[in-house]
Ligand binder design. Structure first.
Ligand SMILES: *Cc1c(COP(=O)(O)O)cnc(C)c1O
Length: 403
């Protein structure tokens, strides 16, 4: 993030029209209160309820609630036994967590460039990047767009590699009727407050693979035995499974308060998604004729669950101009952000792996010209109009500067 326009977090409502705003109703307040009154604050029925709701929506058998999308990705790396010397193919144009989990495992991210239209990895380059050390393909539905997920799945199957689906931006998106989260061997959702639905902090692993699910359940809970292991634990631990640790685990559990928030949000999901679609359509209609902007392209078979509304300045605008446009919008109380700076150009990636500008030219060119606009289910038509008008004024100001 550039220090010229600091933004502590996309959900900090310090702009009149914030970049993002969670949709919390009385249902969420009463369900969270209920948990507080019950006295059961961890390892209770709410997390299980939330797991069932999300897994069903993703068309998967198992849901494993975790403390964040990032911790879910970390567990997946561990469960697939990815480690030092292994390579994982992934995108440089994403939120950094999709790649950091590869570093947590001590493995090496192998980036491939994106398609300029969909902003997802180019499937042909994914296939070319597969080598003897490749252990997985980690695909991201960038901004919720599921393009090529079926292609990655068939490449992964052909090479007998697991496809890990980072669906943190794509809860309830469908392509040809198939929900995101179900294309890979395993998928993960995130529930930070700027996502389609929130639990405050939280995540959910989804899979049909029972072994993988049990491993994740065990490792999110300090490596305690679950499923079949529970029956087979040694006699010495007959007093209980609580202090019997089968493997190295973590505390990545989701608290009951957060799960209750998630259950309430899932009950309202269709309504929330319809409202987000309404706002996306308002933006589309309002900005369609503007030749200085490239709008999101959604495939014909896609039922989009809108995560953000990101536009791109036309070719020719520089990253400095884009940054001044964002700063100008923020100065006028309209939230905006540079989603996403390329991962390979973050300082510690450059240092560790020697990445340089120019290695992934499409991702770099795209990331220099994107602008995320204010986006939430509860935005009014007037707020959309103000955001668009401010954006246009700021672009016009840059055009004037050029003379
Ligand atoms: C939000 C997000 C995550 C997970 O973020 P958390 O804040 O850890 O829940 C992971 N990958 C992508 C692509 C994301 O957008």
């Amino acid at each position: 993030m550039l220090h010229t326009h600091p933004e502590p977090s996309p959900t900090m409502p310090h702009h009149e029209i914030p970049l993002s705003r969670p949709d919390i109703s009385d249902l969420e307040v009463s369900m969270v209160s209920e948990v507080l009154r019950s006295g059961r604050l961890a390892l209770g029925p709410m997390a299980e309820k939330f797991e069932k709701l999300v897994a069903a929506r993703a068309g998967c058998t198992h849901g494993i609630a975790v403390s964040s999308g990032t911790s879910g990705l970390h567990l997946i790396m561990r469960a697939l036994e990815i480690g030092p010397g292994d390579e994982v193919i992934t995108t440089p144009f994403s939120f950094i967590a999709s790649s950091n989990c590869i570093l947590y495992a001590g493995a090496t991210p192998v980036f491939v460039d994106i398609c300029p239209k969909t902003l997802n990895m180019d499937p042909a380059q994914v296939e070319r990047a597969i080598g003897p050390r490749t252990r997985a393909i980690l695909a991201v539905e960038t901004f919720g767009n599921p393009a090529y997920m079926d292609a990655y799945a068939s490449i992964a199957a052909r090479h007998e590699l697991p496809l890990i689906e980072d669906s943190c931006e794509a809860l309830a998106t469908r392509m040809a009727g198939r929900p995101c989260g179900s294309f890979g061997r395993v998928g993960v959702f995130g529930f930070y407050p700027n996502k389609q639905i929130t639990t405050g902090e939280g995540g959910m692993i989804v899979t049909d693979d029972e072994r993988l699910a049990d491993l994740c359940r065990s490792m999110r809970n300090q490596g305690r035995a679950v499923g079949h292991d529970l029956a087979n634990r040694p006699q010495s631990s007959t007093v209980g499974a609580w202090l019997f640790h089968q493997r190295l685990g973590y505390n990545y559990r989701m608290p009951e308060i957060n799960a209750a928030l998630g259950v309430a949000q899932m009950r309202r999901l269709d309504d929330i998604l319809a409202q987000r679609r309404r706002v996306a359509e308002l933006y589309m209609k309002r900005l369609m004729g503007n030749s200085r902007l490239i709008l999101p392209t959604i495939g014909p078979e896609t039922e989009m669950s809108w995560f953000v509304f990101v536009v791109r300045l036309a070719t020719g605008y520089t990253s400095q101009e884009r940054d001044r446009i964002i700063a100008g919008m923020r100065n006028h109380d309209v939230g905006a952000a540079d989603y996403f700076p390329c991962i390979h150009l973050q300082p510690f990636y450059r240092e560790q792996f020697g990445f340089e500008p120019g290695m992934f030219p499409i991702a770099e060119a795209v990331s220099q010209r994107t602008i995320a606009l204010p986006f939430s289910s509860n935005m009014s038509e007037r707020e959309v109009e103000i955001a668009c008008a401010t954006l246009e004024v700021m672009i016009e100001r840059e055009n004037l500067r050029r003379g």
